[in-house]
Design a binder for this molecule. Structure first.
Ligand code: NAD
Length: 445
């Protein structure tokens, strides 16, 4: 399951070939370990708009060292945050060049860049044009930055200025190691006073989290990270995986339910279990998924049906049941697991891509109708190194892993960290987003 190419490029022969042949040179990515500071280094804040004044204080509240203004000549930075909300016309975009150009050679390894803007649809005329332009800037810088760096654009709705913390904590930390080139939207949704995180090292303390497909792969890591962040995890998986599921949940002091989520009474059983054993649920992660690949010319109905049933109909049915029975608590979090295939399409995956695009549709359809401070979002993983991708033929796997700005595959923990951010009580204003965990894959950008 390991990425042997990454090992090779760090050998003496590998280094020589990378240099002389211009081969991809993936930087080792930093990842978060419990107990570490969110940012190991200093953050420079720049720009000027409605957010700039409060940013340093906001970051210091997260125990992140931050400074604003002209940096000293020899200071190096771990992250840059630029408030671009004050840019009201295209000529003003030069402020990006003026701020970033002198800093690009003064970044530490695995640097983070976050540009803050205003959702173009919220403003008009020249300001709308300028705010839309930010997307091209951040996506290109994501492809240029190198050395394991990531770049994101966060559109902050007017009125949502105080709801930024959980998103900054995620995007500036190594938790977002494999998330780059994304546009995140923070709205004025919810805000029933539930956005408070008391302890940033255990933001999910006291929360009950349902994770489907939790016995292995990405689901196992989601369970581990939610547990690390303080949640009690209720894992679900098929009866055939009951042994692995039970032992993992024992290790995490959680609870489990062995059932097939496509079974006609599955949603009801899950709702009943959560209500009776846990008094409800706060976080629902629809992770269970399957592939049954065939080109459409060779696609049998059962392959089509089983993929749609597991990946799409079950998440829909379970969500509707938990909402209808009010088992999903106020300020609940629903997180779907889509896929890059659901955005870009993939040969042999008409069934899978339809199911995963449908997960995005579920986010879109629920985002506007949810109340009680409940949010719905999805992650869309790209090439994640798991048992599933280890079975992909070597050449296809190599190409799949390199075709992104970080020139490597992601790890299940990268998806899990992204889920944990969306699941945070602090993410009350993050609603209706689909965040790709794909290292800024070139496919379907
Ligand atoms: P995996 O096969 O390792 O794990 C999936 C889990 O879901 C398994 O434990 C399986 O038993 C469980 N499951 C399947 N059908 C079920 C059912 N009917 N009821 C209950 N549980 C069921 O896969 P993974 O790679 O960890 O993928 C997890 C999710 O991430 C899936 O939704 C997948 O589509 C998505 N994803 C994975 C990748 C990747 O690169 N690995 C990329 C994009 C999206």
């Amino acid at each position: 399951m390991s990425d042997r190419y990454q090992g090779f490029v760090r050998s003496p022969l590998g280094r020589l070939l990378v240099k002389n042949l211009g081969l991809p040179n993936p930087a080792p990515l930093e990842r978060y370990s419990a107990g570490e500071p969110l940012v190991k280094g200093e953050v420079l804040v720049g720009g000027g708009g409605r957010l700039a004044d409060s940013l340093v204080g906001r970051l210091e509240g997260l125990d992140i060292a931050a400074v604003a203004g002209e940096p000293g000549d020899d200071t190096r930075f771990k992250a840059l945050v630029f408030d671009a909300t004050g840019i009201t016309e295209s000529a003003g975009l030069v402020a990006l060049q003026a701020f970033f150009t002198p800093l690009m050679r003064r970044l530490e390894t695995c640097p983070r860049v976050v540009v803050l803007g205003t959702e173009p649809g919220e403003v008009e005329g020249a300001q709308r044009v300028a705010q839309r332009a930010l997307e091209g800037f951040t996506r290109s810088l994501g492809k240029e930055i190198g050395r394991g760096g990531t770049v994101q654009l966060v559109y902050v709705a007017p009125g949502a200025e105080s709801a930024l913390d959980s998103t900054l904590a995620f995007l500036l930390s190594p938790k977002s190691a494999y998330v780059s080139g994304q546009v995140v939207r923070i709205g004025a949704h919810g805000s029933t006073g539930a956005g408070e995180v008391l302890d940033w090292s255990r933001p999910l303390a006291g929360r009950i989290a349902l994770v489907t497909g939790a016995s292995r792969g990405i689901g196992e890591q989601i369970a581990r990270v939610l547990h690390r962040d303080g949640a009690t995890v209720v894992g679900v998986d098929v009866p055939q995986a009951a042994g692995e599921l039970a032992s993992l949940m024992r290790e995490l002091d959680g609870d489990h339910l062995a059932l097939d989520i496509t079974h006609s009474d599955a949603a009801q059983r899950i709702a009943q279990h959560l209500a009776q054993q846990h008094g409800g649920v706060d976080i629902v992660v629809h992770n269970a998924g399957i592939t049954r690949d065939r080109r459409l010319a060779n696609m049998a109905a059962d392959r089509w049906e089983s993929v749609i049933a597991v990946n799409l109909t079950a998440p829909e049915t379970i969500t509707r049941e938990l909402l209808a029975q009010r088992v999903l608590n106020d300020n609940g979090r629903i997180v779907g697991v889509a896929s890059i295939a659901g955005i870009a399409g993939n040969v042999g995956q008409t069934n899978y891509a339809a199911s995963k695009a449908g997960v995005i549709g579920l986010v879109d359809s629920l985002a506007d109708e949810l109340d009680r401070g409940i949010t719905v979002n999805a992650v869309a993983p790209g090439f994640i190194i798991t048992a599933m991708t280890a079975a992909v033929p070597f050449a296809t796997r190599e190409v799949g892993q390199r075709l992104n700005s970080l020139s490597q595959g992601g790890l299940p923990v990268d998806v899990a960290e992204t889920v944990a951010w969306l699941a945070s009580p602090g993410s009350t204003a993050v609603n209706g987003n689909v965040v790709r965990v794909c290292g800024q894959m070139m496919m379907g950008a």
